[in-house]
Each structure stands twice: as structure tokens, then as C-alpha cells.
Design a binder for this molecule. Structure first.
Ligand SMILES: Nc1ncnc2c1ncn2[C@@H]1O[C@H](COP(=O)(O)OP(=O)(O)OP(=O)(O)O)[C@@H](O)[C@H]1O
Ligand SMILES: [Mg+2]
Length: 429
């Protein structure tokens, strides 16, 4: 970590600079004239700096200890930072940073305003089982779900849910398990289900087994301040990477669906969520939306919201500083945003496993990927008034591709060397 300059003044310390939503927050808050410091966890491989560090709005940048390795050190570093500098607001943007900061929030809040939902609300939103339980009580449609703690419970749960199914962690990340964030996966048979549950069990996470839904993925972004929804935006996403349960790759703004809005608002009211939240639904074969989860943090969709006319990061700033929140509820529909790196990943994944749930035939995948260049669309990272992050993203992709190639050729060399060293069956060396 670079040591904080005690004279430094920042309006906002943006954590999770590697997340796309942080870049968008930096651009929105920077355009509003705020002074920003951006922080990311230390990359143990010493790879390229996150694209957001290159933003014209990043007045200062720093690295903190990795929350995947030590959430306590990460939280302590944030506390040190706000103790030694004058920072008005700290804005975390990932499940991991929020979970890491929670035990230390009261100490941090002695020095700054932490833009996070209340403890009680976070406790529920971080727990998908609890969220679904409350939603069911409110009469909101949810997928058929069973809870599994051990691999030997899989057959009984699958008999209830049926194949194909989705296995997901009850919480995407906990301080206790650390490491990488856990994600949902689709399973087609008992072998895959057992494997997926074993991975979660190994990370100390309880698993939810759910019916697989194949319909449209809809996301509602809501901003609630003093009990009122003052900002809202809806989008649907056409592709994600990983193919199921991953980040949105191509998404489009749509008019607010009334039924889902009613469900989402009643849910965040029941949970007591204030500030920004993102409520995800997925439709079943009949087109009825079922609740997936609530993310009580900035989501990847805020850039699309901004481009459509709803500036959520600015609302977060106003809310966190106690100023009146100037909301927005009307926006342009049909605005498209494409994350090209993610779409490339989606294409590769689809070509490798076209028969997986949410996969499409290879020819169609190539056609869709190519055709989308002819559609009017904005691209993640690309902003002509702030061009360096897009260049840095390109550099990062090339760096990663190069490192993968080097790694693969080393592995090949090791295999060849190993084969040479093996005694031959005819007794010759
Ligand atoms: N049962 C399911 N059937 C079909 N798709 C699903 C199912 N569960 C999850 N998904 C897909 O995966 C996405 C993410 O899943 P989920 O919300 O449970 O996990 P998450 O890892 O917390 O996601 P996020 O990164 O949005 O926080 C959903 O929005 C949906 O598109
Ligand atoms: Mg989530």
C-alpha cells in the first residue's frame, strides 16, 4: 500500500477499482467535480493496474491488502487511510469489500461516511436463502429451492428439484471462507451436482439447489432514500460470462416492468435496504419473472443506467453526505451496452460447450457475436472524454492472453520432459 499523504483530501475513496462499476462511478463523480482516490486490492501477480486507475478522474490511486487473503488487513488499511487523510465518503463496490468492512464499520464511520446499507439489511441481502424466504412470505415468486450442506444430501435434493438444475452458494463470499468469490453453476446430472456441491462444501459454503430457469434475465436498479424510491432503472441482459450466473456482457435498457417493480420495492422495504440496490429476476418458460437475488452494492448495470439517463453514483454521493437525493425515474429505453472482452469470453465458452444450459449452437454464437458489431451499441470502458481506461483494458487483455500462452507452453514443456524421463516399457531409457 502506498502510504497515505496526511494532507490528502478526497471527496470519495472508491474501493474495488478493478470492478467496472467503480470506473463508471469514478466518471460520474469526477464529472460532478468531486476529488477521487481509487483503490484496489494488491494484485499478487503484479499484473497491469486496473483500467480505472488510468481514468482522468483518478486524482490518486493506491493498493490495499487483498481481502481474499486477509479481510482484516484490508479493513485495517481502509481504516488507516481514512484516519490519516480527510476522506468524506468511502464507496465499496463488491461483495468482498463490503463483507470485509462490516465488522469495522463503526470505527471507519468515526472518520468518514461509509456508503453501505445498514448491517441488518446487508445481513439479509448477502444471504440468498434468507432473501428468498422473505420474498416468499411477501408472495414474490421464487425458484424451487433446496438447501444442501453436504455432498451426500445431493440425491435427495435433486429428487425434489430435478435436472437440469443450478447449484449456487448461499452467500457469494464470506470473510471466513475468503479466497475467490463463489458463483452459480448449471448441472445436468448427479455427477456434476456432486462436484459443484463438493466445491462449495470445500469452501465452507452451504449450497442452494434450484430449478433452472431459461427465460429472460431482468435487472431492476433502485435507489431508496428516507423510505422512498427516488431512482429507478430496468434492463435485460442478453448474454453473460460465465454463461450462467456471470457478469452481463450485452444488455439493454427497458421500460420498468410493473409487476417486478412492485415485487422488488416490497422486498427492499421489507429488508430495510436504503441506498442503491440491484434486484435480479429470471423468467420461466411462460415468461413469469422469478426472484434471483438482491445485490446491496453498485452493480455492473450502472453504466447502462448512466448512459440511459439515471446517474446512480451521484445519488450515492448525495445520500452518503446527507444531502437531498436528486433522483431520476425516467430514462431512455433500447440503449445497448456491450462488454467486448466479456463477449469474446462468452463466444469461446459457447464454442467449447454449446450444449450447456444457456448455450447456443456454435454457428449461431458466431453469427450473433459478429452481427452485434452492426447494431448500434455503446461499449464498456469506451468513453472518448476519458479514453485511457479503454486502452488499459486492451493492454490488460493482451497481457493476460500472453501470460496464458507462456503458461501453456511451459506446461507442455513439462509434460514432454516428464514423458522423456519415464522409463520405457521395453526397458530402454
Ligand atoms: N436457478 C437459476 N436458473 C437460471 N439462471 C439462474 C439461476 N440462478 C442464477 N441464475 C443466473 O445467474 C445470475 C446470478 O445468479 P445469482 O444471482 O444467484 O448469483 P450471484 O453470483 O450473486 O450474482 P451477481 O454477480 O449478480 O451478484 C442470475 O441473475 C441468473 O441470470
Ligand atoms: Mg449477488
Amino acid at each position: 500500500m502506498s502510504s497515505p499523504d496526511p494532507r490528502a483530501v478526497a471527496d470519495v475513496l472508491l474501493l474495488d477499482a478493478g470492478a467496472k462499476q467503480t470506473l463508471e462511478a469514478a466518471r460520474s463523480l469526477g464529472r460532478a467535480g468531486l476529488r477521487l482516490t481509487l483503490a484496489e486490492c494488491r494484485d499478487p501477480t503484479g499484473g497491469p493496474r486496473p483500467p480505472a486507475f488510468w481514468s482522468r478522474w483518478a486524482r490518486a490511486t493506491t493498493f490495499f491488502p487483498d481481502f481474499g487473503q486477509s479481510p482484516d488487513e484490508f479493513a485495517a488499511a481502509v481504516l488507516d487511510w481514512v484516519t490519516e487523510t480527510r476522506t468524506a465518503v468511502v464507496l465499496p463496490a463488491s461483495d468482498q469489500s463490503i463483507a470485509s468492512l462490516r465488522p469495522m464499520r463503526s470505527k471507519i464511520e468515526e472518520h468518514t461516511s461509509l456508503a453501505m446499507a445498514s448491517e441488518a439489511a446487508l445481513g439479509i441481502a448477502a444471504d440468498k436463502r434468507e432473501t428468498l424466504r422473505i420474498a416468499s412470505q411477501l408472495g414474490i415468486a421464487v425458484p424451487r429451492t433446496a438447501v444442501v450442506s453436504r455432498v451426500d444430501e445431493v440425491p435427495a435434493a435433486m429428487a425434489e428439484i430435478g435436472y437440469p438444475a443450478v447449484i449456487k452458494p448461499r452467500s457469494s463470499w464470506t470473510r471466513e471462507s475468503g479466497g475467490e468469490r463463489l458463483i452459480s453453476s448449471a448441472v445436468l446430472n448427479e455427477h456434476e451436482a456432486m462436484e459443484a456441491v463438493a466445491v462449495l462444501e470445500g469452501s465452507g459454503a452451504q449450497a442452494l439447489v434450484q430449478q433452472l430457469l431459461r427465460g429472460r434475465r431482468e435487472g431492476l436498479s433502485l435507489f431508496r432514500a428516507e423510505g422512498k424510491v427516488v431512482g429507478e432503472f430496468a434492463h435485460f441482459s442478453l448474454r453473460t460470462t460465465p454463461m450462467l450466473g456471470g457478469a452481463c456482457v450485452v444488455r439493454e435498457s427497458m421500460s420498468m416492468p410493473r409487476d417486478s417493480r412492485r415485487a422488488a420495492v416490497s422486498l427492499i422495504e421489507a429488508i430495510g435496504l436504503e441506498g442503491y440496490s440491484h434486484v435480479e429476476f429470471r423468467c420461466d418458460a411462460e415468461g413469469h419473472p422469478l426472484l434471483m437475488e438482491v445485490n446491496a452494492r453498485l452493480s455492473g448495470s450502472i453504466e447502462l443506467a448512466s448512459r440511459s439517463g439515471v446517474d446512480f453514483p451521484l445519488m450515492v454521493w448525495q445520500w452518503a453526505t446527507g444531502a437531498p437525493v436528486r433522483g431520476a425515474v425516467s430514462y431512455r429505453t433500447g440503449v445497448r451496452l456491450r462488454w467486448l472482452t466479456g463477449d469474446g469470453r462468452w463466444l469461446l465458452e459457447t464454442l467449447r460447450g454449446p450444449g450447456r444450459p444457456d448455450g447456443v449452437p456454435r454457428g449461431r454464437a458466431i453469427g450473433t457475436f459478429a452481427r452485434d458489431f452492426t447494431r448500434r451499441s455503446a461499449y464498456d470502458f469506451l468513453d472518448l472524454s476519458d479514453p485511457l481506461p479503454a486502452a488499459a483494458e486492451l493492454g490488460r487483455v493482451l497481457y493476460k492472453a500472453g501470460s496464458n500462452l507462456v503458461q501453456r507452453s511451459r506446461q507442455r514443456e513439462l509434460v514432454v520432459a516428464g514423458d522423456r524421463a519415464k522409463p520405457r516399457s521395453d526397458g530402454q531409457k
